[in-house]
Unconditional design. Structure first.
Length: 241
């Protein structure tokens, strides 16, 4: 078993490309043919905790850099244009298995979702609540009817909406009745007592908070879940963090 572990570790190293990211070692590799990144802390914290950026790696990285300084690993898998669909969650399962098995990271991760990254974070947490320590989201999409659908106050994105329907395998009518948007699928998270931190702008015109974060807050509290929402007055969708 020890020899096998050493061989696996050797393969991981040989297939990976090392680089630097904000002063930290960055390892680049592929899982399921998808580009992946793991940024290593200088001194890993006990238990090897990690934060998983689900979208927009490197954008407004203040929290990521701060956590690296506290011994967290930072992970990212490129799942662009998959919008948290089941196929994306399957790839996330493979990535999680790779990181926990070959890098020895904690069995529980902190999920970080910026904007549409909220779909990935909430949906994967609902699939695997036992694998999630906490959720940190910023201006998150919590209902794809709001964005990219544009079926409420927001303007939406027709191109993204068409792509989303395709990757989810839904018609427009089926999408309108879809029962597993984050706003409708919070019970698994509440049962697992997963804490949620959400930062959002009160004037967000892209992902209106009334249709997303504030609805999650109301429903999560009704389910007995713990959520903290920080609302930035007069702030639109940007800047994040």
């Amino acid at each position: 078993m020890q020899v096998a572990s050493l061989l696996i570790a050797a393969c991981v190293v040989s297939d990976a490309a090392a680089a630097q990211w904000n002063g930290y070692e960055q390892v680049q590799f592929q899982v399921d043919g998808r580009p992946c990144v793991l940024v290593l802390p200088k001194t890993p914290a006990p238990g090897k905790p990690w934060i998983w950026r689900t979208e927009f790696f490197g954008h407004e990285p203040q929290a990521d850099i701060a956590l690296l300084g506290h011994g967290f690993h930072l992970a990212y898998m490129n799942l662009q244009n998959l919008y948290g669909a089941p196929v994306a969650l399957d790839h996330m399962d493979s990535f999680y298995a790779h990181l926990t098995t070959n890098f020895g990271l904690s069995r529980k991760t902190v999920l970080e979702g910026f904007s549409r990254g909220g779909l990935f974070a909430f949906n994967w947490a609902a699939r695997h609540p036992d694998r999630v320590a906490a959720i940190y989201v910023d201006a998150p999409v919590c209902d794809f009817k709001s964005w990219p659908g544009g079926k409420g106050k927001g303007k939406g994105s027709l191109e993204d909406w068409k792509r989303l329907l395709s990757v989810y395998g839904l018609t427009e009518e089926e999408a309108m009745a879809y029962p597993l948007n984050p706003v409708d699928n919070l019970l698994p998270l509440a049962k697992a007592r997963i804490p949620i931190l959400s930062v959002c702008g009160a004037a967000d015109k892209v992902v209106p908070i009334e249709e997303n974060t504030l609805l999650v807050e109301k429903r999560y509290k009704e389910l007995g879940g713990h959520i903290e929402v920080i609302v930035k007055p007069d702030c639109d969708h940007h800047p994040h963090s």
